[in-house]
Design a protein around this ligand. Structure first.
Ligand SMILES: Cc1ncc(COP(=O)(O)O)c(C=O)c1O
Length: 436
């Protein structure tokens, strides 16, 4: 189908129709907006994106998190432009990848060494394999509601509509092998007692415990991560923090720095490569040894190769982004802007008669319609009114606020007080619209 019109609105309509016919599912993944607010993005700059129909949005989705510096940050663009004419991929060692590895090792508390992968999904998938190779054990444990990407070990108890029969859980996706049932155990997040009991009971079989230290929008309660750290250490289990979201976002040293608990391994993605595709596994040298063909024979190596691992363009973007984030005061904006949004959205909701909570961290938080003030567990989150959340998110989209309803608001260093003012006006109108 060729596009036949120059009218921006009609062009967008044509592109959406084309997407509907040539993309499986009509979109790029699970995420699908209702037709009335669906859009095709033409460009992004700073905290804003523009759709093909010409409409401007303040972006609180940021590519699902990677654009922590905002879109097209000038220093990232300049660095990538300088690298591009030198070629886009080599497979062999290259300086940007080595320098980025050095930067990650310096920044990430648990990292003696890192291994690059292409995506966060690959990072958690390989991290679990490395842990199995390291321990010689088979099973892994994750937490209910924890999101670790799309592989077969990750999609158990991720978005259950009722609490899982711990330590068992059901697969989230069709096509997950039944053979994995019982290989992936699930424990309730933020329930140290029950999680510890499961680890005690299955410790001898567990290769890894993987946890999102900030589980979507649930902040770890004091003592929870510490208890998991202690129990995994006791049983020789590899503790993996999935920092794909939290890395370089909730603090320069990620959740490990923010919450003061150091795992054996961590997975990184999203913000670490300046909005370009790349991810990494970081960890203690000993635990990462199964990757090392210098010290392991082939039969005992954990394979984690990938054509684009250590891609020089992504690594260059990552280096530029981390340079910006490493400057003094870089994280202050999140507390100012994110803190303001969290407080004022909740207050606006109350003014309109809606019980609204804004759980999470200032750099990444959720908006949930629920009376429950203390949201700690997945079960707590199930109290929220999804339908109302969806309607509110759609009203915001109509008013030029780009968001993924019922998910997260991501902040960038490019967001300004003027953005917040406009956002709060839109929130006010959206709450009003819910009452009509
Ligand atoms: C915590 C966490 N881990 C892993 C992933 C998977 O990363 P990717 O989408 O790059 O495969 C995501 C994706 O949103 C995530 O939020």
């Amino acid at each position: 189908m060729t596009l036949t019109t120059d009218s921006p609105a009609a062009r967008q309509r044509e592109l959406l129709d084309l997407a509907g016919s040539v993309l499986a599912g009509g979109g790029l993944g699970l995420f699908q907006l209702p037709d009335e607010v669906n859009l095709v993005i033409a460009e992004g700059r700073g905290s804003h994106v523009t759709a093909v129909d010409g409409k401007d949005y303040i972006d609180y989705h940021l590519g699902s998190g990677p654009a922590l510096l905002g879109h097209a940050h000038p220093e990232v663009v300049a660095a990538v432009q300088a690298q591009l004419p030198k070629g886009s991929t080599y497979y062999f060692l290259n300086e940007p990848a080595i320098r980025l590895a050095q930067r990650l090792v310096e920044a990430i508390p648990c990292a003696d060494v890192v291994h690059f992968t292409g995506s966060g999904t690959e990072a958690t998938f390989f991290a679990l394999r490395i842990a199995r190779a390291y321990t010689g054990r088979q099973k892994v444990l994750k937490f209910e509601g924890g999101w670790h990407g799309m592989h077969d070990y990750a999609l158990w108890g991720t978005v259950p509509s009722r609490p899982s029969p711990y330590p068992n859980a059901n697969p989230d996706s069709a096509g997950i092998p039944e053979a994995l049932r019982g290989q992936v155990l699930v424990a309730p997040f933020n329930d140290a007692e029950r999680a510890e009991a499961i680890i005690e009971a299955h410790g001898a079989d567990l290769a890894a415990v993987i946890v999102e230290p900030l589980e979507r929008v649930l902040v770890p309660q004091p003592g929870f991560l510490e208890a998991i750290r202690e129990a995994t250490r006791r049983h020789g289990i590899v503790l993996i923090f999935d920092e794909v979201v939290t890395g370089f976002r909730v603090a320069w040293g990620g959740a490990q720095e923010r919450y003061g608990v150091i795992p054996d391994m961590a997975t990184y993605g999203k913000a670490m490569s300046g909005g370009f595709p790349m991810a990494a596994i970081a960890g203690r040298r000993e635990v990462m040894a199964p990757l090392d063909s210098r010290v392991r024979d082939r039969a005992h190596l954990a394979w984690a190769s990938g054509t684009l691992n250590g891609n020089p363009i992504s690594a260059t973007a990552g280096l530029a982004a981390l340079d910006v984030l490493s400057r003094p005061g870089a994280y202050d904006v999140f507390h100012h802007i994110g803190g303001r949004l969290r407080r004022e959205i909740k207050a606006l909701g109350a003014r309109h008669g809606f019980a609204v909570q804004t759980p999470g961290e200032d750099a990444v938080f959720g908006v949930r319609f629920t009376e429950k003030e203390d949201l700690h567990t997945w079960e707590d989150l199930l109290t929220h009114d999804r339908q109302l959340g969806l309607r509110w998110g759609i009203e915001l989209l109509k008013r030029g606020i780009l968001n993924n309803p019922n998910e997260k608001f991501y902040l960038s260093i490019a967001h300004t007080d003027a953005d917040v003012d406009r956002t709060l006006d839109a929130c006010d109108d959206a709450f009003k619209a819910l009452k009509m």
